[in-house]
Design a protein around this ligand. Structure first.
Ligand code: SF4
Length: 399
């Protein structure tokens, strides 16, 4: 489901790359170690979703897989030893077995996967069979991310999800028994009609499923979705209470926070997403996928027919491509670095010519930012209102 990764889109922090003429993939070789693969098929569109996804159709899935494999081969020269692969969507577990097998064959033949590579796939409750799980495990997938969103059936119906809370519990128990050691679960707060009590219940029920990783995102009302202008989220202070409760809950049960919205048991942080937040390079493949290679962010065409046509003609499917200016790089360095609990090293900011200590003074006094040794990071209070904190900090820096 993401990149510039979905995580950044969710926060509203994504900046759009400038339109440019269709870009060709650079001929130079690099050693990128992260790979994102977008599979844009879903059973049905959810009411809040603005990710690039379309209803599943078998013949399109086969044609799409063919194009995807062509693009993966085309970009293989950019890769070094691959440490992380993230297959997102959409609901990639909907792909027919022949398509999944072909995709993994292409990965094995065209890329060198490190022995310890983290290989993640996204799925949704009720959309994955035992046979698919066996296939994924046999191809080296070792991490699965499940879009549960809520354990309240009324909230799930409002969101337009196709599953119930019990479906989610069954899927998660099935995944655990099948041998997945790393299971991540997505939950959402700020849903219209949601209360602190129903949020508490969702978190408590999620614990019964024993995930190793939790992502708790605030719902964003996106233009162009059925939710836009038609529903109202709970009041801002209620949403802050939900966020703070999620942080307390996770801390209590041993899920360490490592990013605004992400919590993990020891040893289960998502290495792929950490690479995004550390501004590491990544190759994106698939319709609508983003890449970051060198100083250039680029995006593939967000239309399946056009994507398939580009690849059939041997043309790179990138439509937006922009080399970041020093100011843009500095902004990214700040808004990505401050998302993580690792924060930002002052000497890295100095190297970019940013007087971060001075700019952060007021926010530190207000309890939104703090110094830990030589690192500046957000406090929990800061995380709860992170967008406002970042805007303020960028203003102080004149960025
Ligand atoms: S399942 Fe995920 S990607 Fe698909 S429509 Fe729903 S939110 Fe969007």
């Amino acid at each position: 489901m993401t990149t510039i990764p979905r995580q950044m889109q969710r926060s509203g922090a994504q900046r759009r790359a400038r339109e440019s003429t269709a870009a060709r993939i650079t001929g130079s070789s690099r050693a990128v170690s992260s790979l994102y693969i977008h599979v844009p098929f879903c059973v049905k569109k959810c009411n809040y979703c603005d990710f690039f996804s379309v209803p599943f159709d078998e013949s399109t899935a086969f044609a799409y897989t063919d194009a995807l494999c062509r693009e993966l081969k085309m970009k293989a020269h950019l890769a070094g030893s691959i440490e992380t692969v993230y297959i997102g969507g959409g609901t990639p577990s909907l792909l027919p077995h022949a398509c999944l097998s072909r995709l993994f064959r292409t990965l094995q033949r065209s890329y060198t996967l490190s022995e310890t590579a983290e290989v993640t796939i996204e799925t949704n409750p009720g959309t994955i069979s035992g046979a698919t799980i066996d296939l994924l495990l046999s191809r080296g997938v070792n991490r699965i991310s499940v879009g549960v969103q809520s354990f309240d059936d009324a909230e799930l119906r409002l969101l337009g999800r196709i599953h119930t809370a019990d479906d989610a519990t069954r899927t998660l128990s099935f995944l655990r028994k099948s041998g997945f050691n790393t299971i991540s679960l997505d939950l959402m707060f700020g849903i219209p009609g949601q209360t602190l009590d129903s949020w508490r219940t969702s978190l408590a029920r999620c614990l019964e499923c024993a995930p190793t990783h939790l992502s708790c995102y605030e719902l964003t009302l996106e233009e162009g979705t059925p939710f836009w202008n038609s529903v109202q989220k709970p009041p801002e202070d209620a949403i802050v209470d939900m966020y703070v409760h999620a942080c307390d809950f996770c801390e209590h049960y041993g899920y360490g926070q490592y990013e605004i919205s992400n919590f993990a048991l020891s040893g289960h942080r998502c290495v792929h997403n950490l690479n995004y937040w550390r501004r590491g390079e990544y190759i994106g493949a698939g319709a609508g996928a983003h890449s970051f290679v060198g100083d250039t962010r680029s995006r593939n065409v967000r239309d399946i027919r056009s994507y398939i046509r580009h690849l059939a003609e041997g043309v790179a499917p990138e439509v937006d491509s922009a080399m970041l200016s020093p100011v843009e790089s500095a902004r990214e360095f700040l808004f990505l670095g401050l998302r993580t609990t690792d924060g930002i090293r002052i000497r890295d900011a100095d190297a970019l010519g940013l007087d971060l200590l001075r700019a952060a003074e007021e926010l530190r006094e207000g309890g939104f930012l703090e110094m830990r040794g030589t690192v500046l990071r957000m406090t929990r209070r800061g995380f709860a209102v992170s967008t406002a904190v970042l805007v303020h900090l960028l203003q102080n820096l004149g960025l």
